[in-house]
Structures are given as structure tokens and as C-alpha cells.
Design a protein around this ligand. Structure first.
Ligand SMILES: Cc1cc2nc3c(=O)[nH]c(=O)nc-3n(C[C@H](O)[C@H](O)[C@H](O)COP(=O)(O)O)c2cc1C
Ligand code: SF4
Length: 458
């Protein structure tokens, strides 16, 4: 049994998106008129960096970028009394398929993100922050730059911010338009001017990151949550969300507000805010107005393509850091759900997914480079009507062999490639087998050894 807090959506007051519908919401004047930067003034006047770090740690805030790593714990890995610079990287690359919630924040409430950045740099003693911004977000780029300029003019950035012993410069760096640039060490390589090839870890960025100096990488939404924690307090933050899953001793709980993306076959796709722990069904029905055209859902990707798929029977699981794991998914990911209606062929989902990851693999690790391409070649062949039933087992073998979790690759892109394959085949095998039998009734190559297929597949 999971200790699940009641989530009364009607009573929930949005905080992360509270500002976005005001006219000129992206300007400092509007942000300050709603209490913006008061938390920063209070923190710089009353809290030491260590106090602020401790506050974030006790809040239980977990990173919103995909992995759900506890933010305060990550910050505490920075070496104490480091003499040289500490860098802060804001991960605004947002390239996970189906994911667009950072974009909403960056375009419509850039000052909330900036206040979070300034507070987080204060807590970590970073003096330079880089916003690594997805290349395809030009409006976010313009609004973020305007917000930075306004902050310098107001004394919220630059030397001795608001008279405190704390200085900070913030720069925007436009991304290199590849998915792997969002992986934190790929991001760092790209910032340094190289191809975004993820680094082998350890050393982790907190010890040796940008320009080989201690570095923090955090997602945009994580930093907006830091601002909310400073404004509203640790108790408020911990009063929202779900308690640790007793069935999972490694789950520290999922606290705080969360942005959920919703796309695919729903009536009202969009970016919504709710407590962590609402169910996928609530997200689809209460926010999204239900599945489109009066149909039912066949499958839902809970948090960006990498997380795999849930079936219609799994939609009541909570969307918190532990919930999707119980459906065999990779995790909560970006909490951006993609709905597939009952008419959508799962072979098409598999093909789209394999095409994406094969295209985005950076090629450093053989299992990822070869595995993603072999998977795509096989799925393309199945789709073209030359599939064999045993291809499904071969695909599962590839899925089980690539990624950080099986321990064969440098970064998590390969896990992200594997989970849609594994969950689709395990949960929709009958449909896929029917497709193979229906499109390849003669059993083309069904009895041939695998080696005979090689020439066919390339
Ligand atoms: C292939 C790949 C792509 C990623 N893309 C993003 C991204 O676009 N944005 C993001 O915040 N995190 C992304 N991540 C996760 C980051 O590596 C990192 O965990 C995250 O930025 C840490 O921030 P957080 O602790 O605030 O979540 C990606 C990871 C992988 C493996
Ligand atoms: S897992 Fe894939 S994307 Fe990640 S470093 Fe290896 S080859 Fe590159």
C-alpha cells in the first residue's frame, strides 16, 4: 500500500504558473508587482549560503529534469572552501520528445526562473551561471536576455548583489540542437565548444565539470521550485505531493508542485500545474478534457518518450517519482505525458521511437550506436511487412542490453532508447504479433538463421 496524500485538484493553488496569464508577465515590473525578488532580498539579508542549501535539502526537492535526484544533496557534493570558481549550468535544452514545460516558464515567466537561478547560485557559491537554452526556442532566448538585462539594471545581477558579498554573472548559450546536449556532461562539453559527447563518470560535475571546475547542473523547473521554497517555506513544500513509497526503500518521497505536459490524442493538450502524485487519468480527464474523438486511451507515455509506455489499466498510478516505476517504466522523467488512443498502431509508436533514438545516439558507445540502429532496422522491416515473430525477442534482447542500468553505456540516452522498446513489446506483444502475422502471412525468413538476415537488414 502506498501512503498517498489526497490530492484535491480543485483546491490546489498554482504557484509555478500563477503569473503566466497576466499581460506582460515576462517583464520585471509585472513580476515585482506580484512579490517577485522579495525572497531574494530576504535570503541575501538573513540566510547564509549554507542555510539556504540546508533549506533546499530538507524540503526534499528532487530535480525536475528527468532523473529526480535530490537537489540539496547534489549541491552538497560541491567541495567545501573551493578556492577557484564554481559554475552553475541551467539545463534549458528541453529536447525530450513530448516535453515543453520549461519553454512555458522561460517565455512567460523568465524572472521566476532567474530568481531561482540567483538564489541557487548564492547557495552553491557559484559566481557564473550559463543558461544552456534549446536552440529552437528563439522567443525564450529574447525574453530571457531581456530579463537578464533588467536584472543587471536593478542590481539583482552583477557585483555585490543588493549590497551583499555575492556577485553573479549570467549568460545565455544557445544549444547545438541535438538531444544528447541535454545530458549534463554532454551539455558541459558543448558549452566548452566541443561536440556534445557525454563524459564518463566519475568524476561527476560537482567535482570536475565545466572547464574542469566544480559545477552544478539543474533543470529550469527545479530552479523555479527553489524560488518557491524560499518564498513559501519548507513546510509548505513538503505539504504537497506524496510520501515515500513503503514498497520502495530507496524512494525518499515526491514533494512539491509539478508541471505536467500533455500531448497526443487528448482534447486539450497543454502545460498544467498540479501536486506531484496526481494520476495519469486525472491529468488526461481533468486537465486534458479526456481522450479525443470520444475514444479510449490504449497507451500513455508518462514522462517523455524515454520512460516507455503505460497501458490503460495502469493510468491510476500516481505521477510521482515512484509511480511509473511500478508500471515497469523508466521513471517519472519529465512528467510530460503523450496519449495514444485505441486506434493507434503500436508498431508505429515503436518505429517513431526507434527512429528518434537511432538518429540522436552520439555514437561513442558501441551498444548504443549499433543497438539503436539494429533496432530501427528490424522495426522498419517489421513495419514493411517482412517481420518475424522472433524479431520481438531479438528487440527485447537489444533493449535489455543497452544503457547505464545494464551497465554498458556512458549515458542514459541508451536507457531511454531501450524502455519504449521493452515496455511496448512486453505490454502489447499480442498486437505486434498479429501485425507480423497479418503482414507476413508466408512467414518470410521465419525459419532462417539470424545470420541470413544481416544482408536483408542493411
Ligand atoms: C539523453 C539525455 C538528455 C537529457 N536532456 C535533458 C534536458 O533537456 N533537460 C534537463 O533538464 N535534463 C536533461 N537530462 C538530464 C540531465 O542529464 C540532468 O540529470 C539534469 O539536467 C539535472 O537537473 P535536475 O537535477 O534539476 O533534474 C537529460 C539526460 C539524458 C541522458
Ligand atoms: S549512450 Fe549513446 S548517446 Fe550516450 S554517450 Fe553512449 S553512444 Fe552517446
Amino acid at each position: 500500500m502506498t501512503l498517498r496524500r489526497p490530492t484535491n485538484l480543485a483546491a490546489y493553488q498554482s504557484v509555478l504558473l500563477a503569473n503566466i496569464n497576466r499581460p506582460q508577465s515576462h517583464t520585471r515590473a509585472v513580476y515585482e508587482s506580484t512579490g517577485g525578488y522579495r525572497g531574494l532580498r530576504r535570503a541575501l539579508g538573513n540566510l547564509s549560503p549554507r542555510d539556504l542549501l540546508q533549506m533546499v535539502r530538507t524540503s526534499g526537492l528532487r530535480g525536475r529534469g528527468g532523473a529526480g535526484f535530490p537537489t540539496g544533496l547534489k549541491w552538497s557534493f560541491l567541495p567545501e572552501d573551493h578556492p577557484g570558481p564554481i559554475y552553475f549550468c541551467v539545463n534549458a535544452d528541453e529536447s525530450e520528445p513530448g516535453t515543453f514545460v520549461n519553454r512555458v516558464q522561460l517565455e512567460l515567466d523568465p524572472h521566476q526562473v532567474l530568481e531561482g537561478i540567483i538564489l541557487s547560485c548564492y547557495a552553491t557559491r557559484a559566481t557564473t551561471a550559463y543558461i544552456y537554452l534549446r536552440y529552437e526556442y528563439p522567443l525564450a532566448m529574447r525574453r530571457m536576455q531581456a530579463a537578464i538585462d533588467e536584472c543587471y539594471a536593478a542590481g539583482y545581477l552583477g557585483k555585490n548583489i543588493l549590497g551583499a558579498e555575492f556577485s553573479l554573472d549570467v549568460y545565455i548559450h544557445r544549444g547545438a540542437a541535438a538531444y544528447v546536449c541535454g545530458e549534463e556532461t554532454g551539455l558541459i562539453e558543448s558549452l566548452e565548444g566541443r561536440r556534445a559527447w557525454p563524459r564518463i563518470k566519475p568524476p561527476f560535475p560537482a567535482v570536475e565539470g565545466l572547464f574542469r571546475k566544480p559545477t552544478v547542473v539543474n533543470n529550469v523547473e527545479t530552479l523555479a521550485c527553489v524560488k518557491q521554497i524560499v518564498d513559501r517555506g519548507v513546510e509548505w513544500f513538503r505539504s504537497i505531493g506524496t510520501l515515500p513509497d513503503p514498497a520502495n526503500p530507496r524512494d525518499p518521497g515526491s514533494f512539491g508542485p509539478k508541471l505536467f505536459g500533455l500531448s497526443g490524442h487528448v482534447n486539450r493538450p497543454g502545460c498544467y500545474e498540479a501536486p506531484l502524485g496526481i494520476s495519469c487519468r486525472q491529468l488526461i480527464d481533468e486537465f486534458g478534457g479526456g481522450v479525443w474523438k470520444g475514444r479510449k486511451a490504449k497507451a500513455v507515455v508518462p514522462g517523455g518518450l524515454s520512460t516507455g509506455v503505460m497501458t490503460a489499466a495502469e493510468l491510476d498510478l500516481p505521477l510521482d517519482f515512484a509511480g511509473p516505476l511500478r508500471a515497469g517504466c523508466l521513471g517519472l522523467g519529465t512528467a510530460c505525458a503523450i496519449v495514444l488512443d485505441e486506434t493507434y498502431p503500436m508498431i508505429d509508436f515503436l518505429q517513431n521511437s526507434c527512429r528518434f533514438f537511432a538518429h540522436e545516439s552520439c555514437g561513442q558507445c558501441t551498444p548504443c550506436r549499433e543497438g539503436t540502429h539494429w533496432a530501427l532496422a528490424m522495426v522498419d522491416r517489421i513495419k514493411a511487412g517482412r517481420g518475424r515473430l522472433k524479431d520481438l525477442d531479438l528487440l527485447l534482447e537489444i533493449g535489455d542490453s543497452i544503457g547505464i542500468i545494464p551497465g554498458t553505456t556512458i549515458c542514459g540516452l541508451a536507457d531511454g532508447a531501450a524502455w519504449p522498446i521493452k515496455t511496448t513489446i512486453r505490454k502489447f506483444r499480442e498486437e505486434l504479433e498479429d501485425y507480423i502475422k497479418g503482414t507476413n502471412p508466408q512467414g518470410y525468413m521465419e525459419t532462417e538463421p539470424v545470420e541470413r538476415m544481416v544482408g536483408e537488414m542493411i
